[in-house]
Unconditional design. Structure first.
Length: 571
C-alpha cells in the first residue's frame, strides 16, 4: 500500500512493523518526521531515500481540521517551513515539531500534539470529568503547583485546574531507580511536616501538591520527575482491582528483537585451575574468559611495563590476569564483572561487550563523554554505552573528596558540574549543592605522574592562597582554583586532571586496525601535541592518530561529541 503525503516528494510505503522493512534503517534515523518520536509498529516510509518515515497515525492525520478552540476558521496541516514564526496556542511553545495546524488569517497555530487532545477526559487523578480550555493569561496547576499558559483541563464541578500533561499522569509508575512501584498521592501519613527531598532530581518537594510516593521505603518524587519516560521500568505492567493497582506483571523485553538477552550467560569465565594460598583461601590461578581466545593466568606482582587492563583501561595493579601468548590483561575485579546488568542511567538491560561496539576502534561513554576502547556495557537498541568505570556507579555514591553523599540527579542532562563547569549528567549533594559529573566522579582519588614517585591526591577546591595566581605545573597554564586538580604536597606540584592523566586515559594505544583508505594495518599512537579544538556548536573535537609501521603514512580520526567521523573496521 502506497501513500503520497503532502510533506514528502516520494511515495511512502506502508510497513506493518519497523523490523519488517526490506531496507536497512539506522537506529539514529528511525524517528517520525511528524511527531519526532521513535518509529515502532505500523508506519509509512520512503524506500527511495530512506530518510523520511511517519507513524501510521501521524501519516493519516486529516489535512484540514475544525477545532473548537478556534471556531472561526478551519486549520490546515502544513510544514513549519511555510510559516513565519508564531507559537502553538495550546502549549505556548515555539513549533518544535515539523508540522503544525495553522490558520493563516488569524495567525492561530496548534501543533499536531495539542490539536489531537480530547475535549473531555476522565482523568485517573480526579473524580470528575475534565474539559479542555484555553487561557491567554498564566494559571497555577492544582496538580504540580507550577505556572502554565495556554490550554488546560478544568473540572466544572470543583474548579480543579491542571496542565494538559498533568491530567494524564498515571496512578502508578515503576522506575528503574526504585525497587517498588510509586503511587500518585497528595498527602503523607508519615513525617508530613518534614522537608522532603525528591530522590530523582535531589530538590525539595512541595507536599501541598501531588507527588509520587512509596510508603514502604518513604521514597518521594516530583510528578514531572517520576513521569520522565526514560526513567520508567518498561518491564512493569500494573494490574488493577476494584481497590486500585496492587501488583504487576512483566512485559516482553524491550531490547532489539535480534538480541536474545535471556540466552546470554551471566557468567563470564570458567576456572581451569585453582590453588589454596597462604591465607588458606582458594583462588583461581588459571581461567578461560569469554572475551579472549587464550587462557589467562593470575599475576600477584606488579607488571614491569604497567600495562592497562583491557576492560577498564586502568593500570593493572595486582592481582590481575594475564595472557602468556599476547598482550592482554584483566583486573581480577574486571574478570568478575557480570555479562549483563541494569544501570540507573538506562531503562534497558546492558550487555558487556569485549570490543568497542559499532565496528569501531573506540566508543564514547554516554555518562562521562570520554573516549574508550575497552569493554562496553551496551544497549544495542538505543546505541547507549557505558565504560566499565561508569557502569560501576550507582545512584547514591560517597566520594573521598567530599563529606556528604551524592545522589544521581535525573532532572536534566545539562546540569553544571561544580568541579569542572562542564554540563552533563550529574550527582548532586543535597546538603551543600555541590555537584559532580561522571567524568569528575570517576577520577581516581590518588595517582602517579612520571618521573615522580610520590602520590598525587585529587583536590576539589584550592582553598589555600585564594588571592594568588594558580597554575598547572605540567602545561604551565593558569587553572581555575574552583575546579578540581591533582596536588603533591611533598613536591608542591599542582596539575590539571587532564594533564596528569592524559587526554585519553581510557584509550589503550598500540592497537591495530584496518582502514579502507590504506593497504596496510594502522596502529593507534599517542600524539601528545594534538590538543582538542572547540567548535562553533559548543562540541569539542579530539584527534586520534593512526600510523603505518610499514610506510610513511598517517591517518587522523576526528571524534566530535559521540560521533566518529570516519569509516573504520576493527581487527
Amino acid at each position: 500500500m502506497k501513500l503520497q503525503h503532502f510533506g514528502h516528494e516520494h511515495p511512502l510505503i506502508f510497513n506493518e512493523d519497523r523490523e519488517k522493512n526490506n531496507y536497512e534503517v539506522h537506529p539514529v534515523d528511525n524517528f517520525c518526521h511528524m511527531c519526532l518520536k521513535q518509529v515502532s509498529g505500523p508506519n509509512y516510509s520512503c524506500k527511495e531515500c530512506c530518510q523520511f518515515r511517519l507513524h501510521q497515525s501521524c501519516a493519516e492525520l486529516p489535512r484540514k481540521l475544525h477545532h473548537p478552540l478556534h471556531p472561526k476558521h478551519p486549520l490546515l496541516l502544513i510544514h513549519v517551513s511555510q510559516k513565519r514564526g508564531g507559537k502553538c496556542e495550546g502549549c505556548k511553545r515555539d513549533h518544535l515539531l515539523s508540522f503544525v495546524y495553522s490558520c493563516v488569517d488569524c495567525n492561530f497555530n496548534l501543533d499536531n500534539k495539542c490539536a489531537s487532545l480530547p475535549l473531555i477526559i476522565q482523568a485517573d487523578n480526579h473524580d470528575h470529568s475534565l474539559t479542555l480550555m484555553r487561557k491567554s493569561v498564566s494559571f497555577t496547576c492544582d496538580a504540580c503547583g507550577k505556572e502554565g499558559k495556554g490550554m488546560f483541563y478544568l473540572c466544572h464541578v470543583c474548579a480543579f485546574l491542571v496542565h494538559v500533561q498533568c491530567a494524564s499522569f498515571p496512578l502508578i509508575v515503576k522506575l528503574i531507580r526504585h525497587s517498588h512501584p510509586l503511587t500518585l498521592t497528595n498527602s503523607l501519613q508519615v513525617n508530613e511536616f518534614c522537608q522532603r527531598l525528591c530522590l530523582l532530581c535531589v530538590k525539595n518537594v512541595d507536599t501541598d501538591y501531588m507527588f509520587y510516593y512509596c510508603s514502604t521505603c518513604d521514597f518521594i518524587t516530583h510528578l514531572h520527575c517520576a513521569t520522565n519516560e526514560r526513567l520508567w521500568d518498561e518491564t512493569f505492567v500494573p494490574k488493577f482491582k476494584d481497590s486500585g493497582p496492587i501488583e504487576s506483571t512483566s512485559m516482553q523485553n524491550c531490547q532489539d528483537p535480534g538480541l536474545d538477552i535471556e540466552s546470554i550467560d551471566s557468567f563470564t569465565y570458567a576456572i581451569l585451575k585453582s590453588e589454596v594460598g597462604e591465607d588458606k583461601i582458594e583462588k583461581a590461578v588459571e581461567i578461560k574468559h569469554f572475551s579472549h581466545e587464550h587462557d589467562l593466568k593470575l599475576i600477584d606482582e606488579q607488571h614491569e611495563n604497567n600495562e592497562k587492563c583491557n576492560a577498564c583501561m586502568w593500570p593493572t595493579d595486582p592481582p590481575f590476569y594475564s595472557c602468556a601468548k599476547c598482550i592482554f590483561f584483566l583486573h581480577k575485579s574486571c574478570v568478575e564483572l557480570p555479562r549483563k546488568k541494569s544501570h540507573p542511567l538506562h531503562q534497558h538491560p546492558l550487555i558487556l561487550l569485549p570490543e568497542p561496539p559499532y565496528d569501531g576502534m573506540c566508543f564514547v561513554c554516554d555518562a562521562c563523554n570520554r573516549s574508550c576502547n575497552g569493554f562496553s556495557y551496551n544497549c544495542d537498541k538505543c546505541m547507549f554505552d557505558l565504560d566499565v568505570r561508569c557502569s560501576l556507579m550507582s545512584d547514591i555514591i560517597t566520594h573521598q573528596g567530599h563529606d556528604h553523599q551524592f545522589i544521581l540527579s535525573s532532572a536534566s542532562y545539562y546540569d553544571k558540574c561544580t568541579s569542572c563547569d562542564s554540563k552533563g549528567q550529574i550527582f548532586r549533594c543535597a546538603d551543600c549543592e555541590f555537584t559532580l559529573d561522571f567524568k569528575c566522579a570517576t577520577l581516581p582519588h590518588t595517582t602517579r605522574y612520571r618521573p615522580h614517585e610520590q602520590l598525587f591526591t585529587l583536590i576539589y577546591k584550592d582553598e589555600d592562597n585564594p588571592g594568588d595566581e594558580h597554575y598547572c605545573d605540567i602545561c604551565e597554564k593558569e587553572r581555575d582554583p574552583k575546579h578540581s586538580f591533582y596536588y603533591c604536597a611533598d613536591l608542591d606540584f599542582p596539575a590539571h586532571p587532564d594533564c596528569i592523566l592524559g587526554r585519553f586515559p581510557y584509550i589503550n594505544f598500540g592497537r591495530t586496525c584496518t582502514f579502507e583508505i590504506h593497504e596496510h594495518p594502522l596502529t593507534l599512537v599517542n600524539k601528545k601535541d594534538v590538543y582538542p579544538q572547540s567548535l562553533e556548536s559548543g562540541a569539542v573535537r579530539y584527534d586520534l592518530i593512526f600510523e603505518c609501521v610499514t610506510c610513511n603514512f598517517s591517518h587522523t580520526v576526528e571524534i566530535i561529541s559521540n560521533v566518529w567521523q570516519s569509516k573504520r573496521h576493527a581487527t
